[in-house]
Each structure stands twice: as C-alpha cells, then as structure tokens.
Design a protein around this ligand. Structure first.
Ligand SMILES: *Cc1c(COP(=O)(O)O)cnc(C)c1O
Length: 412
C-alpha cells in the first residue's frame, strides 16, 4: 500500500536527517505536529540555560555582560540566524517580539517613503500584523492602512501611493507560500518597500532575502526555529537602508554609545539601530542552542523532506477527508506551500482535541481549520503514516463528539 508502514520504514532508514531527531527532547507516545506554533526543546538548550543561569548570572553577575558576550548576543545570534534567511552578517538582529519588530519595520519603511501614504496588507494576514499596522497608521498623519482581499489582489493594489507592503511569506491558515522575489520586484517597480513576515518560513523554507532584494524581514524564533516559548524574534534590514533607518523606539540599545549616557539620542550605525532596550538573556541562550542545531544543516535537505512529509500526509488524508466531510485547503503544488497542512472541518476544534487525546498534537484556528505542521528535523515518515491513521480513526469513530472536546481552551 502506498504510504504503508513498510514504505515509511524504508524512507526513514534512507533519511539524511534521521540523526537530528535525537537532538530534541520529545515526550514519549506523542507525534508532534505543532512545531509551527511552538518547536520542541533541543536537548542542548538545558545545558545552555544551566550555564547562563548558574555560572554566568549566579557567579559572573554584572561582569557577564562583557565576559560572557551578553551585550552582543542580539548581533551574534542575528548573524547566525541571518545565514538561515540569506542575509549578510550585520543585517539581522535577534530582539523583541515579531509584533514589536513589525512596528519598527513599518515606521522605518514609511520614513524611507515620506511622500507616500499607504501601508498595504492582506485582510487575512496574521492578526497582530494588522493590529500593529493599524496602530502605526493611526500614529502618523496622513498614513492609512489598505487591505487586499487576497495575495493576488495585494500585488495588483500596489501603486504610486504605496509606501510599504506588509506580507506573510507563508499564510498561517492555509500554509500557502508566496514568491518573495516576484512580489518584491512588483513592489519595487512601483517604488514601494516590502516588509516580509517570515514567522512560518524561517528555519523550514530556504530563504534568500538578499537574492530576492527584500527590504525588511521579521519573524519569530519559537516556531520552526525551536527557540523556546516567547523566544526573542528577529529583524532584518538590507544594508542599503542602514544609513537611513529611523524607528520611534529609540532606546539606549539603539544609541551610538549607550554607556556614554548622553542626554540626547544619537542613532547607532548599522542594524543595532533597530534595537530598543535590554534583552532577555536567558531566552536568548535557549535560542542560541536551537540555532546551533541548524548550523550544520543544509536547508535544502529540510525543504526536500518537508515537502515529502506534507505530500505524503495529504495523499493519505485526502480520501479520509473526502469520506468524512473535511477538506484540505493547503496548495498541492510543492512551490506553493510551506510546511503545514491545513484541513477544514465543521467541528475542527473537537477533532483536534480528539487527536491530541490520542497523542497526535496539531492545533486549531478559527473558524474551522486544523493545522498540522511537519518539521523534518525530528519527524519521521512513520509519524506521518500514524498521524493520518489517527485522523482516519477519529473521523470514522466520531470520537470528536465526546462533550469533553467541545469547549475551546484559552489557547487553541
Ligand atoms: C506567530 C506569528 C506572529 C507572532 O507575533 P508575536 O509578536 O511573537 O506574538 C506574528 N506574525 C505571524 C505571521 C505569525 O505567524
């Protein structure tokens, strides 16, 4: 049988990434398909946190800002992450949250295009992107937020009034992947700047921000980058913009000489101008361990396996969905999807809860979407086969009808 367990075993045996699974702590009896929301803990993160807390903080105290490299972690980790997204050293910092970095990037972009008044985004963008864009528009005279009904409409709405386009590289609901080079070229042809949100592509899709001529990019590190809950996010700005960068969160970490303690703000040169204040060093250290896991991994191997895993899952889930009133909404064409499979079902929340009760962890997004993320560093082909079988079981037995699966928790 196509996708049977013997075929999966053969694929697992031949998998060039198979040794990576052991680098992660994965709870027993769980198939984890939610690495697109919160990646699992790299085992090395525990020792890294122990070192940062017990040795550098407890023993080193204030000295560790200098002696343990704390003050420049935003940059050293930024460069490490920059490699994953195709940036040059000095173009990326790890700092703050994605929401805050969107705020800074939009302001910086608007300042680069002072004669233009529109921020353009997709109506179905991840909500925080829209909320932040609303806030930015409200705080700058004459600036307005314009929303496109979908990604095609977005491209056609770019005009001489557009200062900046804010776009999600991978749609968080459907898992659809956008062409960074094409949309960036389209925006540049109209004189607009683009801010790419890489939350659902960083660490899983090979990204070339510079080859695509991107202006700004932001993203989180707790999803496919496995940096830990609430791990600091990143922001990239192309070097050509560095001399003209301006953002309103002009805190002392973005000052040219923070410890000169001057009364007036003087911007740092380079990418540090996008920092604000003191960063969570312990969280950064867990992220350091997570990025080290990626250091020697070829992103094209991750991409090849990611596509194979999602393709296999869709192949196995398709007939099940057809039989039980569910529908796969993720693009089937490899070039058009990230690393998640999204399936709609009238009672999607309950179905996901029933799957979690069977040890298959995915998540739910309103109104009716189940999401299953496939992370090649720790998932096996046999996990895909078992997850599809669990979906079949839950839909066929209607296990999801159990009342205990009906009420949504605070985080879905
Ligand atoms: C996860 C995600 C975010 C999260 O933003 P935070 O500031 O980290 O809460 C933002 N944008 C997109 C597209 C996301 O997927």
């Amino acid at each position: 049988m196509r996708g049977g367990s013997s075929e999966a075993a053969a694929l697992d045996a031949a998998d060039p990434l198979k040794s990576k699974r052991d680098l992660f702590h994965l709870p027993a009896d769980i198939i984890y398909l939610d690495g697109n929301s919160l990646g699992p803990a790299p085992k090395s993160a525990f020792a890294e946190l122990e070192q940062a807390a017990r040795v550098e903080w407890a023993e080193g105290l204030i000295r560790s800002w200098n002696t343990a490299g704390w003050f420049v972690l935003t940059d050293t980790l930024g460069d490490r992450l920059g490699r994953v997204i195709g940036a040059e050293p000095g173009e990326t910092v790890v700092t703050d949250t994605t929401s805050i970095n969107i705020f800074k990037a939009l302001h910086a972009a608007l300042t680069l295009r002072p004669d233009r008044r529109a921020i353009l985004a997709e109506r179905d963008s991840f909500p925080t992107d829209l909320y932040i864009a609303e806030g930015v528009a409200a705080s700058r005279a004459g600036v307005e937020l314009r929303l496109a009904s979908d990604n095609d409409a977005l491209a056609s709405m770019i005009d001489s009034d557009t200062a900046v386009v804010l776009v999600n590289h991978v749609d968080y609901r459907s898992g659809a992947l956008r062409s960074m080079a094409d949309l960036t070229a389209r925006a540049h042809a109209s004189g607009a700047v683009v801010v790419w949100d890489l939350c659902h592509s960083a660490g899983i899709v090979p990204i070339e921000v510079n080859a695509a001529d991107a202006d700004f990019a932001v993203g989180c590190t707790y999803k496919y980058l496995n940096g830990g809950p609430g791990a600091p996010a990143f922001i990239f700005a192309a070097r050509r913009h560095h001399d003209h960068l301006a953002q309103p969160l002009s805190g002392w970490w973005a000052h040219a000489a923070p410890f000169a303690m001057e009364n007036a703000y003087r911007p740092a040169s380079g990418i540090r101008r996008l920092l604000c204040g003191t960063q969570p060093i312990l969280s950064l250290r867990a992220l350091k361990a997570a990025l080290e896991v990626l250091d020697d991994v070829d992103l094209t191997l991750i991409r090849d396996k990611s596509l194979a895993l999602t393709r296999l899952f869709m192949e196995l889930a398709e007939p099940v969905c057809r039989e039980f009133g569910a529908r796969i909404i993720t693009p089937r064409r490899d070039a058009q999807r990230g690393s998640q499979v999204a399936i709609t079902h009238e009672r999607a929340y309950a179905v996901v809860q029933a799957l979690i009760a069977r040890g298959v962890i995915g998540d739910f997004r309103v109104p009716d979407i189940m999401r299953f993320g496939f992370a090649p560093l720790y998932l096996r082909y046999r996990d895909v086969v078992e997850a599809a079988a669990a979906l079949h079981h839950v839909l066929k037995t209607e296990a999801w009808r159990d009342p205990k699966f009906a009420t949504p928790a605070q985080v879905t």
